[in-house]
Design a protein. Structure first.
Length: 172
């Protein structure tokens, strides 16, 4: 893979019976492993570091080569020393995205539109400089394990299950 595949080991409980029952219902509704859904990764869900507030200057927008009309992909840029990795952001969180052109904040629907199921941005203006963004995002995932509920004396105690990031072929 061009970038790391994210996996999440989730445990609910002990003794969160209502939460576990709701999760079990959701697991059945999405067919276990069959369908994907959005997941908030509590340690990496912002364009900036977790302890900071997103700004419109956090990350670059990446031009999607060959797109017509011209589109840009939201990406999160990770840097360590001389190494840089760009992660495509496919599931931005509605209402949190800030976009700037050369440091000047733009307005959604007036200056640009976002496809919240692909993370693609279409500009409604001609850019004057560097395009940047900030905001929050989810990770597209699916269940990647069974749903083993721990019972003690016929009472729900906990459940531990795995989630796996879904990759999108052909998108930026």
């Amino acid at each position: 893979w061009e970038y790391p595949l994210h996996r999440f080991n989730c445990t609910v409980g002990p003794r969160a019976e209502d939460n576990i029952a709701e999760l079990l219902e959701f697991w059945h509704a999405v067919g276990g492993w069959a369908y994907g859904f959005r997941f908030n990764d509590g340690i990496d869900y912002k364009s900036c570091r977790i302890q900071s507030d997103p700004t419109s200057l956090d990350c670059p927008l990446l031009l999607v080569t060959g797109s017509s009309p011209e589109e840009y992909q939201l990406i999160k840029r990770y840097t360590f020393g001389a190494r840089t990795q760009d992660r495509p952001i496919y599931t931005p969180v509605d209402g949190t995205i800030l976009i700037a052109d050369n440091g000047v904040l733009k307005a959604e629907t007036t200056d640009y539109t976002i496809d919240y199921s692909t993370g693609r941005v279409s500009l409604l203006f001609v850019p004057a400089g560097t395009l940047t963004w900030g905001g929050e995002f989810d990770v597209p995932v699916r269940f990647d394990s069974e749903f083993p509920v721990e019972l003690v004396n016929k009472r729900i105690q906990s459940v531990t299950f795995m989630l796996r990031e879904l990759r999108r072929d052909g998108i930026a």
